[in-house]
Design a protein around this ligand. Sequence first.
Ligand code: DX5
Ligand code: ZN
Length: 214
Amino acid sequence: MLVSPSLLAADFANIQRDVEMLNRSEAAMIHLDVMDGVFVPNISFGFPVIEAVGRYAQKPLDVHLMIVEPQKWVSQVRDTGARIMNVHQEACLHLHRTVQAIKDAGMQAAVTLNPATPLVMLEDILPELDMVLLMTVNPGFGAQKFIEHSIDKVKRLRKMIDDAKLNTLIEVDGGVNLDTGRRLAEAGADVLVAGSYVFNAKDPLETIHSLSKL
Ligand code: DX5
Ligand code: ZN
C-alpha cells in the first residue's frame, strides 16, 4: 500500500522537522491540502508553503487543490515542484482541458470526487487519468469521521479501472486509520492519505509503516 501523509495535520511551526520525519518514513509521497475558503469552508496554505516543503522533501509532492477554478494555477503548482496535481471534478467546467494542461505541464493528473459525486462523472475521462482521489469525508477539515459508503465506491471504481485494463491509481482521503485503511485496501485502494492518524500518533514512523503493510 502506498501512503501519502497529509501535512494538514503537521505542526506548521515545525514543518521542516515533520517533512524530514516523512523523508525517513516509508511514505510514498507527501499530500498537501490547498483550501481557498470558497470551494471548501476553510483556508489552509498556498504555493509558497508547498515550495518551502519541496525544498526539504525527498518524496514526490501530491497536491490536492480544494479551490475553485484550479485550471488558473497549473503553472504555479508545477513551479512548486509538485509531482501530482489533484483537481476536484466539481470545480472544473472543462475537466478534459484542465487534465491536458496538467499533463502538458509535466505533472501527473489526478481528479478528486466529493462523497456525493457519482463515479459516472469520470467515465469519459478515466483513461486520461494517472490517479483518482475519492474523498472519504467531505473536504475541508482533518480528523472527520470516515463515510462508510466509501468502501462500496472504491470497489466499484476498482472494477471500472480493471474492466478497462487501466493503470489508474485509486487514492482515498479522509478518516483513514488502521481499520478503515485495511477495509479500503481490501476494496481496492492503492494510496492511503492519512493526516491526523499519522501526526497525532505517538510514533508517526511506526504508524506509516503499519499503513504501508496493508
Ligand atoms: C480534508 C483533506 C485531507 C485531510 C485528511 O479535506 O483533504 O487530506 O488532511 O485528514 P484526516 O486523515 O485527519 O481525516
Ligand atoms: Zn487531501
